[in-house]
Design a protein around this ligand. Structure first.
Ligand SMILES: [Zn+2]
Length: 520
């Protein structure tokens, strides 16, 4: 065995070699908000594909004498996120200066929020457990440093400087790597539902830092408001902060790596250094970056250029109204109202636009039932489920293969509902339905027209089908004999033969009825 830092495990194995520790994880997640303008100036906040240092102005470049003006949209969206995550909202909030020196920070300080964040004390439910959220606050993003291999200089791009950045901090209550990953995924889904951030981790629109510490079982018990142990010398083991995590998989892998690394060190009697480590995707390992600053190092003080923010009842009421149905609630409703299996509901709810489109299809189906309706309730659920099936299996298959979203779709909800009805009524069978869907996917159009155009209309003329069945029976006397001697599973063979004879267009239900009559 090798300790993750590369040194071979010493042979003098200690008594507590196999000791297991309590894992304590807290997350800090930054998300870039997709407001039109930046956090404190009117610069374009969308710099994707733009030349470096072209979406900048004296304010976001930190020139002396400029004054920041907070972005109202970013403040509203942060409160909205707080409401979505069951947070309390600070009625009096303010911005603070966080002082540190780094080349990508033009002012020499970052405007952030210290002791009066916009939102605090909330939770997000993961696998039925409420993961406590300490706070959600707003700050500004930094620029980007660009280092080049074999070059002795660094280039700076300030396009990103001043982008509104929302930071969420959890309590140290996450117990394992998988739970941490699920938290990040669920949070991303909520940000996307709110349409406030694309939260793509690979693009750095959402960035996750994990604080990890290992304690001997029973030595540390979580109490609200407690921070992860980070001091040297105490009885508790220090925490390690891991940065540069840029995918959900990396969240899980980096935490698993740290647990293994820290366990090995502790079992050798080593102390854990309180430090910041980076995650290196290529070597699948964390590496030491620097020893940990405490918050005192940042010399926080209230931002003198921005007056405190008063959040009144009116604003809160307005934002409450804007809050869409959240993924969890929607999932439960889909299962209840449409009898969707959980897996299907998960897929459909994953994307808010897809969920909305699905409901449009179902409402078209309801209208159809209303017009043609008998056995209303039963049909409604059956049709909804059939629609769900066709969306999750067939339609998404096309979208994925084509790398497209539901918003790119050429098929209207009305036409899709009609296709589901054609199949439900037996006007086309399932394989013809797939052919029609494929044509609709590429060209749009009405499924009934496409059905006629491609000659896929299901054959349900009983006279014609009876002729076909008789032909098949005459051709397969051996099987007929077997069937009559009691080998009833030969029945399916006959169905298959008739379907082949009619090039897949026969109505299987009618074929079965005729076969039952003629095989006796
Ligand atoms: Zn600017």
């Amino acid at each position: 065995m090798t300790i993750p830092n590369g040194e071979p495990m010493v042979s003098a194995v200690r008594e507590n070699f196999n000791m297991k520790y309590d894992v304590i994880i807290g997350l800090e997640i930054h998300a870039e908000l997709k407001t039109k303008s930046k956090m404190f100036c009117s610069c374009n906040n969308d710099s994707e594909g733009k030349e470096p240092n072209t979406t900048v102005c004296p304010i976001c470049l930190g020139h002396p004498g400029t004054l920041p003006v907070p972005n109202k949209q970013a403040i509203d969206w942060t409160i909205l996120t707080g409401l979505a995550l069951h947070c309390k909202i600070n009625r009096l909030s303010k911005f603070d200066r966080k002082n540190y020196f780094y080349p990508d920070l033009p002012k020499g300080y970052q405007i952030s929020q210290y002791d009066q964040p916009l939102a605090y004390d909330g939770y997000l439910e993961i696998n039925g457990e409420k993961i406590a959220i300490t706070r959600i606050h707003l700050e500004e993003d930094t620029g980007k440093s660009m280092h080049f291999k074999d070059q002795d200089y660094t280039l700076l791009d300030f396009n990103r400087a001043g982008t509104p950045l929302m930071e969420l901090v959890t309590e140290p209550v996450i117990k394992n790597a998988e739970e941490a990953k699920k938290f990040c995924q669920a949070y991303q889904q909520i940000l996307r539902y709110l349409h406030i951030s694309d939260a793509n981790m690979e693009k750095g629109e959402m960035r996750c830092e994990a604080n990890i510490s290992l304690q001997k079982p029973g030595t540390w018990k979580y109490e609200p408001g407690q921070i992860l142990p980070h001091k040297k010398g105490g009885k508790l083991n220090a925490k390690v902060e891991v940065k540069n995590i840029n995918s959900f998989r990396a969240v899980e892998k980096a935490i698993l790596f740290e647990i293994e690394r820290q366990t090995a060190l502790l079992n050798q009697g080593e102390k854990i250094a309180p430090e910041t480590r980076g995650w290196d995707e290529n070597s699948a390992a964390t590496y030491s970056q620097r020893t940990k600053e405490t918050s005192a190092d940042y010399r926080y003080f209230p931002e003198p250029d921005i007056p405190p923010l008063k959040i009144d009842d009116d604003l809160l009421a307005k934002l409450h109204e804007k809050l869409p149905e959240m993924p969890d609630t929607k999932r439960q409703r889909f299962i209840r109202e449409y009898s969707f299996p959980k897996d299907m509901a998960d897929i459909l709810v994953n994307d808010r636009d897809l969920a909305a489109w699905t409901e449009e299809v179902i409402s078209e189906l309801d209208a159809w039932i209303e017009a043609n309706g008998d056995e209303e309730e039963r049909q409604e659920k059956k049709l909804a489920k059939s629609a769900g099936n066709w969306i999750t299996s067939e339609l998404l298959k096309h979208l994925r293969a084509d790398d497209k979203n539901i918003s790119d779709l050429k098929i209207t909800a009305e036409n899709f509902a009609e296709l589901v009805c054609l199949i439900y009524q037996g006007k086309v069978n399932s394989s013809a339905g797939q052919k029609i869907l494929e044509k609709m996917y590429w060209e749009g159009g009405n499924p009934t027209d496409i059905m006629r155009e491609l000659g896929l209309e299901q054959l349900d003329n009983e006279g014609e089908l009876e002729e076909a069945v008789k032909k098949i029976i005459a051709r397969n006397q051996t099987q007929l004999g077997q069937y009559r001697q009691g080998k009833t599973n030969v029945f399916q063979f006959f169905v298959g033969q008739v379907m082949a004879e009619t090039k897949g267009k026969a109505n299987p239900k009618i074929v079965k009825e005729i076969l039952e009559k003629l095989l006796k």
